[in-house]
Design a protein around this ligand. Sequence first.
Ligand code: GLY
Length: 422
Amino acid sequence: MRVLLIGSGGREHALAWRLADSPLCTALYCAPGNPGIEQVAELVPIAVDDLAKIESFVRQQKIELVVIGPEDPLAMGLTDRLQKGGVKVFGPNRAAAQIEADKWFAKEIMRNQSIPTAEARSFTQVEQAEEYVRFRNEPLVIKAAGLAKGKGVTLCYRTEDALEAIDRVMRQQEFGAAGARVVIEELMQGPECSILAFVSGRSIYTMESAQDHKPIDDGDTGPMTGGMGAYSPTPVVTDSITSQIERDILVPTIDGMVREGIDYRGVLYAGLMLTSSGPRVLEFNCRFGDPETQPLMMRFKGDLMRIMLAVVDGTLDQIQIPWDPRPCLSVVATSKGYPGKYPKGLEITGLDEADAMTDVKVFHSGTRRDGKRILTDGGRVLSVTALGDTIASAQKRAYEAMKKIHFDGMHYRHDIGHQAVR
Ligand code: GLY
């Protein structure tokens, strides 16, 4: 089958690497891709939000399966457009993608289905939002309701911080239209985890557990990012917690979508907090996580394309997925200044040396090719991902590999996996 993958991040590099392995995949294209993906797929210079060009490429090249990585084209309705042309698409349609694209929609699904989550209110008027946080006068989470590349969430321990976050989202419009509405939630306590599931209508396959680290600096400090590292599995998610998550969160969420007349086909990502009163939802995403996908795909031992087709065709209940029992850990390297402004075009060295290490894979994100050289081209530049017999050995190997890579201003956290190792 001829496949087009949409996206250019580390997540898409990991997906492309597994898709290219499938005997069912006769040709793999990626729009727009990156130099890492170029090793396994033919790159197509089309931006992820240029839906018309994607559609015409699919038609001209007789693409049979489109796999959509990032949230933006999902929220814009790329799936709906392609399905109208009779193409198989892995990734939810526009209505289903609201679970991520509209945080208030997600809250309403959770409220209607009694799914455990933080108590929340939403506001479109800045003065009312400010009045509410003054009235609450307690630790709160301020979220831009729309899509903000993982950066639209601020944890506020003091009322002044909450007011400042509201100012950035609503008055200064740091996240554009995504901040036209804010969602204000109680701040929950406990270890976090990411649970990703393949979903096809009412069928759910829960993948191995993972955890990411969103703050930019060691000790989980500093501004939120798209993700600075991740590992799988996370020891905090036991078998009984997984069953609880499926019973109390995943199944009722999908049930709530079905009640809304929504047919969900793709990956549902639940960002959860394991509180003293059980797992509670922090957020839902309508796609694979980045960087969670990198360790998950290293541990994944099945035929990714066969599973994606099962999701699309409604035969997911017949699928078993073998996983490597070894833990895997991924560390993200970023450009100096990220998640704020950062330079581009700096030469990256040591990629091949790191990649050549046993059980190590370097996934590209914000990189571009310049002849033989690979240059930085984004905030999150790459993720070094390693398997190990224990999470501590995976961590050690990932950092050994990271030390071989260099670019000016390179930043990475030194404590990815610290809770699991402890
Ligand atoms: N790692 C967080 C996300 O993918 O949104």
